[in-house]
Design a protein around this ligand. Sequence first.
Ligand code: NCD
Length: 306
Amino acid sequence: MLKNRSIVSIDDIGDNELDDIFKATDEMSNALKQGKVLKLLDGMVMATFFYEPSTRTRLSFESAMHRLGGSVISVSEAKSSSVSKGETLADTVRMAEGYADIIVIRHPMEGAAKLASRFSSKPIINAGDGSGQHPTQTILDLYTIKRELGEINGKEITIVGDLRYGRTVHSLLLALTKFDVSINLVSPEILKVPDHILSRLPKGIKMKVANDLDSVMEHTDVLYVTRIQKERFSDQTEYQSVIGSYSIDMEAVSKMKEDSIIMHPLPRVDEIAPDVDSSPKAAYFRQAGNGVPVRMALVSMILGGK
Ligand code: NCD
């Protein structure tokens, strides 16, 4: 199955593999709840290269590896590594494969993880490549929907915010085409889903571009909110023009249906008001919590510990 494979794009996960990943995630989650000490990857080493800021993704990968009995070596900024001396990504990866069994990489350049995978005989996991993709986030997003609502099929999913630069949105959209869902896209005009992603969505997909959130809130099952990706704008006046475009407050939440949920890959800036956190609909911290068991499942399946 996933053994020895890289995950650089959500397309690297086959349609029939998600169920196995979810099953393994449930097992990991139960083991964690019972406080079991797992030794599945005893003696194995993960190398993490985070050339862009990260809190959740990095900590959950590292926690996952430790909880599987493995260990982690890491570089957190280009400044402290040989990248600052002009080393290419290809050379960094060729060196790292001698030190570790699996390599997790976050990089500002779209396509970086794919490039790295070409030079590595060890599996590469894309933890976010610029505005490209963030496949493991998508797996945990899908797992969260399934866990919170019981099903992914049949749901109406509204994705709001930065659909242009948000890599979590790109991977999620591509993954959702494999389910029978309705998708609403809500964003400022300049932050629409890029054509290179739209052109990859099947023709028959139930998707509409909504002009405002109000028109879709009442029938939405999953409201997937994203941060406007300030760091990706080359023109800061463009950023200023869309800043604070959406803010989900309790009044907006009160219009949502009974069993609906609000998700966010986090970090949030001002797109969800803090008082929404106490609503049972606020699933984003539970979503972040799923990051550890999902990544435990993925890493153990790739490294054959399970
Ligand atoms: C996201 C990312 O880095 O793409 N965060 C995450 O991994 N949980 C979303 C974001 O930074 O807005």
